[in-house]
Write a protein that binds this ligand. Structure first.
Ligand code: CS2
Length: 484
């Protein structure tokens, strides 16, 4: 039987190994949410920074929900393989900065102790949009979010991200320990500012002095993160084993492109990520809007249209010349809502996105990207659509994307087979659609009333709402995807 990946000796020569001494690392970062994206982005940037600039920034990770990834990482002494795929082939990099993994649901006290440890100077997060308890309608705390409700009622034994951060900071303050820097790496606009607002809102409800201390002492840098990272499959584990000679149950796969823009505002030091190619800036918002609107907006458009059109992967959708032209059209529309982005030519950026989406070596499921639509639509599609309409544009590609999401929200494919929506508001959506006849006007009218999702500037714009309705009608009636 093939040996498990647990140490760096004896691996196949095709594996690229960490170029620093792991024994020198000390815990300095605690990362919440060690999913595939973190393993393809934050950890490899830190790995490269350690190799190129030295330092002792080791990472501990904590899963707030499931235990599998954390268990596999511990079984492998924190090591795992990142496969970088393009049409030229696949390269295996073994990534070295992870020291230990924790599982919050199994041992919440252990995670609280790690948050309190003065050695931990950064607490970074990739927990997905829905974990924040963010209300897109108000920009503040969602007081109906299950974790927020539970943690406000029981703040010393939290279960959600905001509850853990506030309790960790409260414990440090009580013991006179300097705060850690919370570092959001999720696809939310101004993710640091959003996180700050949520943490302050939560803290203000439990302890006004704590709130004032956080406001004074804790920086919340925003980041823009980018690397297309599909969920791991059997092919990931198989290729990782072939290229390293070791069984690796924490292997991930990703594309060659990677980008990270970080606001350089840390309370207590940071790794030299700029040595690994990260861009350290004063204000990340222009980069973040660009990425959310051009990449993620087009991704969601392609995911919904592609999934209902019977395409399994984004690369297949891109093989359809009408849909890839539509994606490009949407990117142009999104670009026209943006202020200039320092150092970036938006046209060249769009061309590069098209090539990345078309990468034949990356099998990125439309169904994966379609997940959590209610959490993704506002920043990717609805806010820029409002701005486009205000600027006198017809916002047509946004109408197509929203119609495609609505068609997807019916939960039945074109062969009549049902699928799970995988959205935290799936039950509300289903309830709105009960007994609603499947045609454009009725379904659009029902979904437009989902509380807090669609801004009044969109639903109140009769021409745009009618455009969505007509397009949805075509998508519902036609078994083939129409060319809009
Ligand atoms: C995708 C993103 O799943 C999704 O919603 O749009 O995960 C996308 O692949 C990344 O943001 C790329 O950096």
């Amino acid at each position: 039987m093939t040996e498990r990946l647990t140490r760096l000796t004896g691996l196949a020569p095709s594996a690229k190994l960490p170029a620093f001494n792991r024994d020198k690392l000390k815990p300095g970062i605690l990362h919440l949410g060690p999913g595939a994206f973190f393993r393809a982005h934050f950890a490899p940037y830190t790995d490269a920074a350690l190799a190129l600039a030295g330092g002792d920034w080791g990472i501990e990770v904590a899963s707030l929900r499931t235990a599998d990834v954390a268990d596999h990482l511990n079984e492998q002494n924190g090591l795992y393989t990142m496969l970088v795929r393009d049409t030229e082939g696949t390269v295996a990099h073994v990534i070295g900065p992870i020291l230990k993994a924790h599982v919050a649901t199994r041992d919440p006290g252990e995670l609280l102790a790690r948050l309190e440890d003065p050695a931990i100077r950064i607490v970074s997060l990739t927990v997905t949009e829905k974990a924040y308890g963010f209300d897109a309608a108000t920009g503040g705390l969602d007081l109906k979010h299950a974790d927020i409700i539970a943690d406000l009622a029981n703040r010393h034994a939290p279960r959600g991200v905001i509850g853990y951060l506030v309790e960790g900071l409260a414990r440090r303050r009580a013991r006179g320990i300097a705060p850690f820097t919370p570092l959001s790496c999720d696809n939310l606009p101004s993710n640091g500012a959003v996180l700050k607002r949520l943490v302050l809102d939560f803290a203000g409800r439990v302890d006004a002095e704590l709130k004032a201390w956080i406001e004074r002492e804790v920086p919340f840098p925003s980041t823009m993160v980018d690397r297309i990272t599909p969920a791991s499959t059997d092919a990931t584990y198989r290729d990782a084993e072939a290229l390293t000679g070791r069984v690796d149950l924490a292997a991930i796969e990703t594309e060659p492109f990677t980008q990270w823009v970080i606001e350089d505002s840390f309370a207590n030091g940071r790794p030299q990520w700029e040595k690994a190619g990260a861009l350290m800036v004063e204000d990340v918002s222009a980069y973040e809007k660009m990425k959310l609107r051009m990449l993620n907006g087009a991704h969601s458009l392609l995911a919904y249209l592609g999934y209902i059109g019977g395409y399994e992967f984004i690369r297949d959708v891109m093989g359809d010349s009408g849909l890839s032209a539509l994606a490009r059209r949407h990117m142009n529309a999104a670009a026209s809502t943006l202020d200039p982005v320092p150092g970036i030519d938006l046209d060249a950026y769009a061309d590069e996105l098209i090539a990345r989406f078309a990468n034949k070596a990356i099998a990125h499921r439309t169904y994966q990207i379609a997940m959590d639509g209610t959490q993704k639509l506002p920043q990717r599609l609805l806010e820029p659509a409002v701005e486009a309409l205000a600027g006198g544009s017809q916002a047509e590609t946004y109408a197509i994307a929203v119609a495609a999401w609505m068609r997807y929200a019916l939960g039945i494919d074109r062969n009549g087979k049902s699928y799970e929506l995988r959205d935290p508001r799936a039950n509300e959506i289903a309830a709105l659609l009960v007994d609603v006849p499947h045609n454009g006007p009725t379904v659009a009218a029902a979904l437009f009333t989902l509380p807090g999702l669609f801004p009044a500037a969109l639903t109140g714009n009769a021409a745009w709402a009618e455009d969505v309705t007509n397009k949805l009608d075509i998508l519902i009636q036609d078994s083939k995807l129409p060319l809009f």
